[in-house]
Design a protein around this ligand. Sequence first.
Ligand SMILES: [Zn+2]
Length: 174
Amino acid sequence: MEIHVGVKFDVVHFTGEKIDDPRVGELIRIGKILTDKGFCPGNCGNLSFRVSKSFVITRVSVSLGKLTPEDFVLVKDVDFVGKKVICAGKSKPSSESMMHKMIYEARPDTQVILHAHTLSLKNAITTQKSYPYGTLEFARSAVEILKKHELVILKNHGFVSIGNTVEEAFKRIR
Ligand SMILES: [Zn+2]
């Protein structure tokens, strides 16, 4: 076990585990579309799906337009108090991993989370206040709205869309 100091949290790496899920391929396809739409400037954005007791998310600083299966990280657990993200394998998970974990906890029905950067979407509610990227306050402001809605715009930042399937989450942002 080794510990890396991240920007907003530490990452604890365990032995890698093979991720065998059709949603990896679906998210690779969606990543390309989001990038083509101009929603991922500077390699921003992150995509995830739920697995039993946990979730799989794109790695940090990856271009969503050029994802490969190796760019997906299994997050085994998130320690909000100690600000640690426990994952399988060597790759570092997205710096928004804590937000994704918080959303999966708040919405047990959610299987997929898409996040990228555009502020102009129809039918989206925008958060009241903007918070520094990657902080718990930032994550909480998204969750407050996602408790009752499936699409939120984080003020001055980007959107989060959730759904039961990749297609359902993607349809909300078209
Ligand atoms: Zn973002």
